[in-house]
Structures are given as C-alpha cells and as structure tokens.
Design a protein around this ligand. Structure first.
Ligand SMILES: Nc1ncnc2c1ncn2[C@@H]1O[C@H](COP(=O)(O)OP(=O)(O)O)[C@@H](O)[C@H]1O
Ligand SMILES: [Mg+2]
Length: 514
C-alpha cells in the first residue's frame, strides 16, 4: 500500500490552536492532507471538526501554529483568501443569500453582480453543465430561502464545484440528505477525487466514511487522537478513539423524582416520516429526561412535534394525564408544554424588543385585566424572574440584542417560567454560551425539575446529557434505539448506541430512511 505521496502535502497544519472565549476548540493540531485524496475527519460533537475545516477554508484564523498549502505558509484572513488558493468549504450551516435565486447563489462571488444579457445566458449554460456533470438538479430561479435544508446544501455543493476548488471541505454533507441523494453525493465525491480534487470529509456516519475515504483522522477535545488508513479502521475502533471527551464542567447534584411521581408527559407512537418513527416515552413530574443522538437523528423533530410546531402523522400525547391535541404551539403552551428552541434568534426571541416584553408577550392575558394591559404588574413579575435567573442587564427595558448569548438564553427560560409549565423542553440550551452561563443554565434546568416540572433536554454534548439527566434516551434515524437509567448510563454506552457500532456496515447509515 503506497500512502507516501512525494512532494509537499496539499495542506498541512502544524501546531495549530484555536480558542473561542472560554473554549479551546483546537489544541496543537498536526495534520497532513495529501493531494487528490479523500481525508475524513471524525469525532464526537464538539471535538473541533468544523473549526478545523473552517481554518483550512480561511473562515477562522488560527491563534497559533502554521498552515501551509502546497508547501508554502499561508495566512488566510477570509474565505476569499482561501478561495484564491482553490480552497473552499461546504459548511454545516448553509451560508446562502436567502433572497437570491439558486443560480445566483451558485455563482456568487465568482461572477459580477450586474450581469448583462450575454453573461446571463452564459451563466445559464454553465449552470446547465454543472447540473449535467453533478446530477444535482435544482430549479435555478427558486429563491434560496424557499429550499429545504438538503437542497440548500446541494446549492452549496454546486457552488463549491463552480468555484473550481482544488480542495473542498465538506462538513457533514449528508446529514440532511436522503439515501438516494447521499449515494449520488458519494459518487460525485469520488469523481471529484478521481479528477484530482482533494476532499476533507467530515461525517459522523462511520461506515460511510470508511467506504469513501483513504485516510481518517479522529479528533477528541480539539486534539488529534490518530490519523490512519481507512482500511485499517472499523466503526468500533473509531468510536473507542473518540471516547473520553471532557467538557471539564461540574454538574449540580442529581435529585431524581420519587418512583411514584405522576407522569408529566406521555408520548405514544409519535411519527413524522421520515424523520420521526414511532417514538414512545414518558417523563415524570420532576424528572429530567435527556434525548441524545447525533445531528439529524430526529431529536429536534420529536420536540417540535410535541410542541405542535410541526404536524405529526400519528401520536397520542398526554400532559399531566390529559390528552393534548395541540394544533399549534399556542395550544401546547395553553396545556403547559413549553419549549426553548435550538435557534434562539430565529424562533425564540424578538431581538429588537425589551427583555420584559420578551418575557411577558406570550402571557399577556395573565397580566392584563379585561384586556387592558397593566404594565406595572407585567414589569414586576418579569422583573422578579429576571432577578431570579440572574440575567445580567442594566434594566428590564434593555433590548434583548444587547445581551450576551447566555443571558439571552436566560430570558428565554424566564419567558417560559412566567407561568409554571408542566413540561419544559430545552433544545440545545447551552449552544454558543460561555462556561459560566452554561453552569447557570444547568442549575436552572435542575431547579425546574425540583419544582416538579417534567424536563426534556436535548443536547449534542453527551457529557451534558449524562451530567444532568435522570434518564437518557438515544435516538438514531428517527427512532429511540436505547434507554439508559442512572445505573446504566455511560458515555461509552450512549455513543455506541448513537453511532450504531453494533450494526452491519451497510445497515448503519441508512436504516429507517424513506
Ligand atoms: N464560533 C464559535 N464561538 C464559540 N465557540 C465555538 C464556536 N465554534 C465552535 N465553538 C466551540 O468549539 C468547540 C468545537 O466546535 P466544532 O468545531 O463545531 O466541533 P464539531 O464540528 O466537531 O462538532 C465546541 O466546544 C464549540 O462549542
Ligand atoms: Mg461540526
């Protein structure tokens, strides 16, 4: 097996470190990426894969260390700089211009904005040949924001290819794709590789990775555990190498509810094909149930279906013993089910309104008498909560967009604690908040449970789920595939269930897919 490529690597990182506030995302990374190969990056959520990809693509600058491309040291200040060297990234979060059509998004940054008729015809032709060569068919005039996430990702793929990149970082490109779409993408990736393009491929589908890539690097806690030939690895070996990630956080003491505590939430046969398949579970009053699993496993979709933010096909949901037939989040809230969504800015908070308004708006009928608002009562109750949750602000009248991420999250919690709910759903409650605010949010979640509220907590940080939850459910491909109690839960067990290392390779990636 000849793995030694003569001459310089396509890209090489030496001693690269990157810190975000209190988080050391990458430490002293040494990595060599060879020309014309598919090099996979694997690791648990938060291991640093996306950060590494973004450093290669000029999105982030290393704090320390050196990046060389084709043997010369480079110092990219932006994605544009990296692109000039033929490096681009298909990011985990699509970065399209929402109000522009597909065609323009594909050629964005390559072509001038004011295209004449001739140029436009030329673009249309180039688009056609891209579609032909990739097999990715999308209506060129559709506005990007009207596309589902999987299609947005396809636009990103077309764009990377249109840019003629020689090194493409693909960050979890198949997490939103169907089986057919993913298989077409693999073909495309192989074809690109055969034409000499270097691919850095980030994925948590380990069987997929081992089939595609020549080389695999395992990251853990921002460090390289090892780089090896894909042929020498198995999913089991990879997962074992990923284990042991530590957030270094202390969690509040666990106080599970008594065994005879009433059921706060009962979910039976919840389905929303293809993303949620026949999910059933219960949460007792005062119990914290953690929903673990990889990105795209269906956790958020379960939460959104319970909260009636999305329609489920079939289900029986009871809240505190009463059937919930919510047609909208408003119905769910009335029945005492509340949710702090994953996307605070998009779904949770009115960024330009004040803290007090954000806390009280969904409960106006509570604080108004005969339809007339009572600003004093409103302010007082909201003020009490803001104090209790320790939101760091000068005044309750401050706009929410002036707060840090952690404090915004506290405002969201306050909004839903304003009227005591039966069930509290928190989806990635600590994403993007600093360590101090994380700890405060953990304490909040525990205090909700201590008050007898049933808590459903979703987090991609498995250590966080294990540290807080009284019981852990693991999802994969839209199903609950494992349940762990305090006695049986461990990071090892959760991770192996999430990654399905016990399954046969060809089943692993796509079982349950429509
Ligand atoms: N822009 C950012 N601001 C703050 N923290 C970040 C940012 N990007 C990543 N992180 C943190 O850095 C660590 C590594 O993240 P990431 O590279 O996204 O991991 P992965 O892609 O392996 O899941 C995580 O703890 C994450 O929360
Ligand atoms: Mg990532």
């Amino acid at each position: 097996m000849s793995t030694e490529t003569p001459g310089p690597a396509h890209a090489e990182l030496l001693g690269v470190s990157k810190r975000f506030g209190g988080v050391q995302a990458l430490s002293d990374i040494a990595l060599r990426i060879d020309h014309g190969k598919i090099h996979a990056l694997v690791g648990e959520n938060g291991a640093g894969k996306s950060t590494l990809g973004k450093i290669l693509a000029g999105v982030h600058r290393p704090d320390r260390g050196e990046l060389t491309v084709n043997g010369s040291a480079v110092d990219y200040r932006s994605a544009r700089d990296a692109l000039a060297d033929g490096i681009t990234i298909i990011a985990q979060e699509p970065t399209l211009v929402p109000d522009r059509p597909v065609l323009e998004n594909v050629f964005l940054g390559v072509e001038s904005n004011v295209a004449g008729v001739v140029e436009r015809r030329q673009l249309a032709r180039r688009y056609r040949s891209l579609v032909d060569s990739t097999g990715i068919e999308l209506p060129p005039q559709r506005l990007a924001r009207t596309l589902r996430v999987a299609d947005q990702q396809k636009v990103e793929i077309l764009r990377a290819i249109a840019r003629d990149a020689r090194l493409i970082v693909m960050d979890e490109p198949t997490s939103a794709l169907t089986r057919d779409e993913a298989e077409r993408l693999f073909e495309l990736v192989r074809r690109l590789r055969d034409n000499g393009t270097t691919i850095v491929y980030v994925s948590h589908f380990l069987a997929e990775v081992l089939e595609l890539a020549e080389t695999v690097t395992v990251l853990r806690d921002g460090r390289v555990v090892r780089t090896s030939l894909a042929a020498r690895e198995t999913p089991e070996l990879l997962v074992t190498a990923m284990l042991g990630r530590t957030l270094g956080l202390a969690f509040p003491e666990k106080k599970p509810p008594p065994a005879d505590a009433p059921v706060a939430l009962s979910v039976r046969n919840l389905s929303r094909p293809p993303v949620v398949n026949d999910v059933s579970f219960e949460i007792r009053a005062g119990e914290i149930v953690g929903l673990a699993g990889l990105i795209g496993s269906g956790r958020t979709e379960v939460a959104r279906a319970i909260f009636a933010a999305d329609k489920s096909v079939s289900s029986a949901i009871d809240v505190a013993g009463k059937r919930l037939q919510a047609r909208s989040p408003r119905d769910a809230i009335r029945h005492g089910v509340v949710m702090v969504p994953e996307d605070r800015k998009g779904q949770g908070l009115l960024m330009l309104r004040s803290i007090v308004e954000n806390v009280t708006l969904p409960h106006l009928h509570d604080v108004s008498k005969g339809g007339v608002m009572e600003p004093q009562a409103e302010t007082r109750r909201a003020g009490d909560l803001i104090k209790r949750l320790d939101v760091r602000t000068k005044s309750g009248r401050s706009r929410v967009d002036t707060l840090s991420g952690g404090n915004q999250q506290k405002v969201l919690f306050a909004k839903w604690m304003f009227r005591r709910p039966n069930v509290f759903i928190a989806d990635e409650p600590t994403r993007g908040v600093d360590v101090g605010a994380k700890r405060a949010i953990y304490e909040l979640i525990c205090s909700l449970a201590a008050e007898g509220i049933g808590v459903l907590m979703i987090s991609s940080e498995h250590e966080e789920v294990l540290g807080l939850a009284h019981r852990v459910l693991v999802m994969r491909n839209g199903r609950i595939v494992a349940e762990f109690t305090q006695e049986t839960m461990s990071e090892d067990a959760v991770l192996h269930a999430a990654f399905a290392t016990h399954q046969k390779l060809d089943e692993e990636v796509f079982d349950g897919d429509a």
